[in-house]
Design a binder for this molecule. Structure first.
Ligand SMILES: Cc1cc2nc3c(=O)[nH]c(=O)nc-3n(C[C@H](O)[C@H](O)[C@H](O)COP(=O)(O)OP(=O)(O)OC[C@H]3O[C@@H](n4cnc5c(N)ncnc54)[C@H](O)[C@@H]3O)c2cc1C
Length: 358
């Protein structure tokens, strides 16, 4: 196939989809991205407000072992800054004992955040791709490989393609998109048992006018077995001028109301910090289980990271016209941003050798 003529369509404009489009562009191939949401980024979602700390409702941290991601960030000129953990953490072991201040162990694997928020990576990638290649609000419903040229149908449009690359979490893909002829039964079986990283999680964040948790004998780092917030961290911006706390809420609270969740969080934080907690200026949350373009419930119990990088996810289908990518398809760092970038790099390498120069 000639690379200048090939119609390549990528399903999903999260980190994987955008990194594939960016990589293909570097070798002279312009792909089209179909994204269901009205925003880019998928499981990367930084909520920004004027005069407030950006709050990460999706991916936040990376580490020194995430070399492919770090390479991409360097290439795009995006600096990192260390997660502020402090020397101590608030630890709550059981509900019948008061919370304690404990010394943090030396950190062997420091974590970093992206300056300006993780969405800066998405924005930077998107800026390299022509606007007409990015189609937002296009929910892919079916893919038809019956004729020589495949047809992708969304609610409003039909897109012809020579090659289709899905970046949807595999379990979501096989449960929400119809294929004709039907997808390989083995792939469907594996995909329905592939874990979607953080799919069930609830992320919460509160902005504050000052970082009262940095006072002596306090900490912004919280580990609690009592909950409902199990972990919480100092979430100031890179300039350290706007302040927030951000953490994980018990995933079982997805059925509660926003107000109920907020009240439970404030109640827990008052135990540690007292009344300054009530001076929050904004509350942000993401209930990922209810995000229909990220999560589809499993038919049976699936372990965290189960089947990430399975061979069936690395194969091509429909005579080399359909590929799977995405964080969950990576055998290294499956589910993480690093896995997303590795999977994108794998697809770009495959297509580079598949598509010869005209
Ligand atoms: C709460 C949370 C915290 C996380 N924390 C971290 C972290 O600290 N560090 C880390 O490395 N990773 C973290 N992750 C994981 C990280 O977000 C993912 O690895 C990465 O964003 C996956 O990118 P992706 O492009 O492969 O998938 P996705 O981001 O899921 O992209 C898939 C895209 O497909 C779109 N889509 C879905 N259905 C359709 C359809 N029918 N038609 C068209 N488009 C469709 C979606 O809208 C989405 O944009 C976290 C994830 C969550 C949810």
């Amino acid at each position: 196939m000639e690379k200048t003529n090939a119609k390549i369509v990528i399903l999903g404009a999260g980190l994987t989809g955008l990194t594939i489009a960016y990589g293909l562009q570097k070798i002279g191939i312009k792909a089209t991205l179909l994204e269901a949401r009205e925003r880019l980024g998928g499981r990367i979602h930084t909520v920004k407000t004027a005069g407030g700390a950006p709050i990460e409702l999706g991916a936040t941290w990376l580490g020194p072992r995430h070399q492919a991601l770090q390479g991409l960030l360097q290439e795009l000129g995006l600096p990192l800054f260390p997660q502020n953990l402090g020397d101590n953490a608030i630890f709550e072991a059981i509900s019948t004992s008061p919370p304690q201040l404990v010394k943090m162990p030396p950190n062997q694997d420091p974590s970093f955040r992206i300056a300006g928020g993780t969405s800066s990576l998405i924005d930077r990638l998107a800026a390299t791709i022509a606007e007409k290649q990015l189609k937002l609000g296009e929910v892919v419903q079916s893919i038809d490989f019956v004729d020589q040229q495949c047809q992708i149908k969304t609610a409003q449009n039909s897109y012809p393609a020579d090659i289709v690359i899905s970046t949807l979490p595999p379990n979501l893909l096989v449960n929400t998109i119809d294929f004709s002829p039907a997808l390989s039964a083995n792939l469907v079986e594996v995909a329905t048992q592939t874990h979607t990283w953080m799919g069930e999680s609830i992320k919460v964040g509160l902005r504050f006018p000052n970082a009262f948790w940095r006072a002596p004998k306090l900490s912004g780092t919280v580990f609690s077995n009592v909950g409902p917030v199990s972990e919480m961290y100092d979430h100031a911006n890179v300039e350290d001028t706007h302040f927030a706390l951000k953490g994980f809420l018990s995933s079982g609270l997805y059925g509660a109301s926003r107000e109920q969740r907020l009240n439970l969080i404030l109640q827990q934080l008052r135990k540690y910090y007292g009344t300054p907690v009530d001076e929050y200026s904004a509350y942000e949350e993401a209930i990922w289980r209810l995000e229909r373009f990220s999560f589809f419930d499993y038919k049976s119990y699936v372990l965290p990271h189960q089947n990430n990088g399975h061979v069936a996810l690395l194969d091509s289908y429909y005579e080399g016209r359909f590929f799977l990518a995405g964080a969950e398809t990576s055998s290294s760092f499956g589910g993480y941003m690093e896995g997303a970038v590795l999977s994108a790099n794998r697809i770009v390498a495959t297509l580079t050798s598949l598509l010869k120069d005209a």
